[in-house]
Design a protein around this ligand. Structure first.
Ligand SMILES: [Cu+2]
Length: 311
């Protein structure tokens, strides 16, 4: 994976010097955070839609990241792209109990796709988040022979949920193109929206503290470093690979629920990872992004969340 990012290294080197010296941690500008009302339906035609899509289309650097691989729509704002469609077999899911979401990806010929390439060690990544950016889930569904995927979700609170399928066709005209398609699924019941936590420079999970440092700019590539401290208060150096890297970061945009993956630059090597991990980030628009950091340590998977404010 590291070699894929050669083109970004000069930028990284320059920006890191700035980042290290910068006192502008992520905890600034929390006051601009808008109050949350009831969860708004995650429409695929919201006002941020065209903006985000435009930004994705104008991202040649990202398009070249996999070399021969091209970049499809990867913000999850659309349910269909290049003839590929995310088709959940259920439009609503029950609240407060573990549940399964069956879905298919249909291809340009209208039939379910069954041939997928592995990306980050899996052929399908499914993400779910409620419209107030709570309840993050990251799953790896199982596919039946006919192309029907089943995602086993943990209990969901009532509200509007956005589900995202991240996949790469392994055959056909778009072979090797990465897609993230999204759909809104309703969970009936009384939805109580949570206010988005203020922007912060640190996230905590299971005794680990993750300090984030970045100087984010919308629609432009920027490096983001994560420094991990273990439960014993010492720099964490025992991170274990998860999905082929030492951490997996997903960011969701407040409002339109655009999804961004933050790609690791730090290579997986022999021995443990940490305490410093570096990511390459590209966020489609200004505003608040809820960033979920998943990492494996002590034989367990941990998930930390932090709000990142992009001016
Ligand atoms: Cu995944």
């Amino acid at each position: 994976m590291t070699t894929d990012w050669k083109g970004h290294r000069p930028l990284l080197a320059c920006s890191l010097v700035l980042a290290v010296g910068a006192t502008a941690l992520l905890g600034v500008a929390a006051q601009g955070s808008s109050a949350q009302g009831t969860p708004a339906p995650a429409s695929s035609t919201g006002p941020g839609h065209s903006v985000a899509k435009h930004a994705a289309a104008a991202a040649p650097a990202a398009a070249g990241k996999h070399g021969a691989h091209a970049m499809g729509g990867t913000d999850g704002l659309a349910s269909e792209r290049d003839g590929y469609r995310l088709d959940p077999r259920l439009g609503s899911l029950p609240a407060a109990t573990p549940t399964s979401l069956p879905f298919v990806i249909t291809g340009p010929d209208g039939r379910p796709v069954t041939d997928f390439a592995e990306a980050q060690t899996e052929r399908m990544h499914l993400f779910a988040i409620r419209s107030d950016l709570t309840g993050y889930q990251h799953l790896h569904p199982v596919m039946a022979g006919d192309g029907t995927w089943t995602a086993d979700l943990a209990a969901l609170d009532p509200g509007a949920w956005r589900v995202y399928a991240s996949f790469t066709p392994n055959s056909g005209p778009r072979k090797g193109t990465e897609y993230v398609l999204g759909r809104t699924v309703t969970v009936p019941g009384t939805a109580t929206a949570e206010r988005l936590p203020a922007a912060s420079g640190t996230a905590e999970a299971d005794g680990y503290t993750l300090a984030l440092q970045a100087d984010p700019t919308a629609k432009e590539a920027f490096p983001l470093t994560v420094t991990a401290t273990g439960p014993d208060g010492r720099p964490a150096t025992d991170l274990q690979p998860y999905l082929g890297s030492y951490a997996h970061l997903s960011a969701f945009h407040e409002g339109d629920l655009a999804l961004a993956h933050l790609h690791p630059i730090t290579p997986v090597t022999a021995g443990g990872g940490g305490p410093v991990l570096t990511f390459y980030a590209r966020l489609a628009g200004p505003g608040n992004w809820r960033v979920f950091l998943q990492f494996r340590a002590g034989g367990r998977l941990h998930t930390a969340a932090v709000t990142l404010r992009v001016p």
